[in-house]
Ligand binder design. Structure first.
Ligand code: SF4
Length: 418
């Protein structure tokens, strides 16, 4: 039973549920069901939904998910490599970055990073995800050097690496344009970039989070440039701190505008704020992360706003926990994210979920929802382990990926027992 069909069990159907919601919310939900665009004002109203209104919102998001991408829930086998936690930036929401002399500061050598990528490939991963602090003690060429070294050792692994903040920093250190920096990384073997460091793309909020060092304009410019160079990215939001539903609606609207122009976002990933060890919470009075209802609404409203532009909506099991992630997968989301193996950034901020989910666990949670599990790669190509007997389902891919003309699916040997 899902939010979308629970009312059928009560003998009412979705129409019956929609008849019982408040008029304003009902009108917006009907619009979404009629494939019309939800405005920022309307999205803000949806974020305020409670009771039957909320239940109807979740049901409509689930219907639109099914229409856009069907019943498949995807996941990717990936390893996170947070290669340094040394960072000079001091973002107020971050508990990961450390000064160079901090006893907990660390920086992996390129050999260590390559070794981790080799292990990831041997364990069956199709992707490594590299992100780190802005470390002035590493050579200016470190970003390109790491990509080249990984590709030399593990040529077929997809390198998903470097947030727009790292692109901004790396290009400035080398004294070259962001476009030239991105092109050099692409030539070295970079496959895609994480759309992190977006936080909330509203200047009044960014000023308090990062002193606006990476401005909204800079984030958008770097993402646009990457997409124009044929480098896809994810899109994210970090919510539940000093932000409001108006900011959330404006943020998602901006992502939707960029996607219409570039077609380079592979998915949207809501990231709830993990507060425990952050200055933003301890000193600045930020909220202690989103509530469960806010998590559900974030995934549902995103589905309504992005249904025609970014149909893949990912849950972050690291932030949500498995059980809340399952609920969000019934409220508009369709991707379970990555296996990860290790992830230092959320853990540093106080998150207590595990740092590795094996594919069998993903499949158990997905089948428990009555949905169909499917491993994918970073570019949303189905991954088939072993001989192909039936073609796997076609997954939604963004225009930038379609233009690459990659094969429709990839094959890999069965996953070894870990
Ligand atoms: S969020 Fe990134 S840039 Fe900001 S302090 Fe943390 S590691 Fe540094």
């Amino acid at each position: 039973m899902t939010y979308a069909n629970v009312d059928e069990h009560l003998g009412l159907g979705l129409d019956g549920l929609l008849r019982r919601v408040s008029p304003n919310i009902g009108r917006i939900l009907e619009k979404a069901l009629a494939d019309q665009e939800i405005s920022v004002d309307e999205a803000e109203q949806l974020f305020g939904a409670r009771g039957t209104d909320l239940f109807a919102l979740l049901a409509v998001a689930d219907v639109l998910r099914e229409r856009a991408v069907g019943d498949v829930i995807t996941y990717v086998i990936t390893r996170n490599i947070n290669f340094t936690n040394v960072c000079y930036m001091g973002c107020r929401f971050c508990a990961f970055g450390r000064p160079a002399r901090d006893p907990e500061a660390y920086t992996l050598s390129i050999d260590d990073v390559v070794q981790r990528a080799r292990e990831a490939w041997a364990w069956g991963a199709t992707e490594v995800c590299l992100q780190g602090g802005l470390n002035p003690h590493q050579p200016a060429t470190i970003y390109e050097d790491m990509v080249r070294a990984i590709k030399a050792a593990v040529p077929d692994i997809h390198i998903h690496a470097y947030s727009p903040f790292e692109i901004w920093w790396g290009s400035r250190r080398l004294g070259i344009s962001e476009a030239e920096f991105l092109q050099r990384l692409k030539d070295a073997g970079l496959g895609s970039i994480p759309g992190t460091a977006a936080e909330i793309l509203v200047p009044e909020v960014r000023r308090r989070l990062t002193k606006n060092k990476l401005s909204r304009e800079a984030w958008v410019r770097i993402i646009r440039t990457a997409h124009q160079l044929g480098i896809p990215s994810t899109a994210t939001i970090m919510y539940g701190h000093i932000d409001t539903p108006r900011h959330w609606a404006e943020h998602i609207d901006l992502l939707r505008q960029i996607q219409r122009e570039t077609g380079g976002f592979t998915e949207f990933v809501p990231l709830g704020f993990i507060h425990e060890r952050t200055k933003l919470y301890l000193e600045d009075g930020a909220r202690p992360g989103p509530t469960g209802m806010e998590d559900l609404k974030m995934h549902a409203v995103a589905r309504l706003m992005l249904q025609h532009t970014i149909p893949n909506i990912q849950v972050s099991w690291v932030k949500l926990g498995y059980k809340m992630a399952q609920m969000c997968l019934q409220a508009g989301a369709n991707d379970f994210g990555g296996t990860l193996f290790e992830e230092s950034i959320s853990r540093s901020a106080g998150e207590t979920q595990g740092t590795f989910t094996d594919p069998a666990t993903f499949e158990r949670f997905i089948r428990d929802l009555g949905r169909i599990p499917q491993e994918r790669d970073t570019l949303y190509r189905p991954v088939v382990r072993g001989p192909v007997t039936l073609p796997p389902p076609r997954l939604w891919q963004p225009p930038v990926v379609q233009a690459m003309g990659e094969p429709a699916w990839v094959t890999r040997e069965p996953i070894p027992t870990l």
